[in-house]
Design a protein around this ligand. Sequence first.
Ligand code: ZN
Length: 148
Amino acid sequence: MRLVDLPRLQDVLSSPAGSLRYKLDGTQDDMGRLALRIRAEGSFGLTCQRCLGPLEFPVRLDSLLVLARSEREIERGSDDPEGPDRLVANEAMPVLEMLEDELLLAIPYVPRHEACTSEVAEPGASVPSAFQGLRGLLGGSGGSAKSK
Ligand SMILES: [Zn+2]
């Protein structure tokens, strides 16, 4: 899939070029409910919100979307915060839109380098390597905001 075919994702990319590989499987969850498993991999360019430099974001998406017959069925199960992501099943489901939704969720809200190269490291502060930084992003742990 080419990234230029995902208009909503384009809004957050630093470059429109690039592509991802994806795979969509019909499957079931632990409870035997019909589900779609979406996997994608590749990378795309974001902009670091601290130094505004380019930030390569590696994509390793693996999402299970449990299908529902109606919005009402989803609402009934929404009191379980640990529950799976639900999706109303239709005869025709736009694959790229589903994929785009998942990718948008995977992108950090404020993407930034773990250690910006343009920044002088604080004395005594440990500077993780760029790859460790990318792994941190992959884990999706958004929390650790540093104070200035
Ligand atoms: Zn940066």
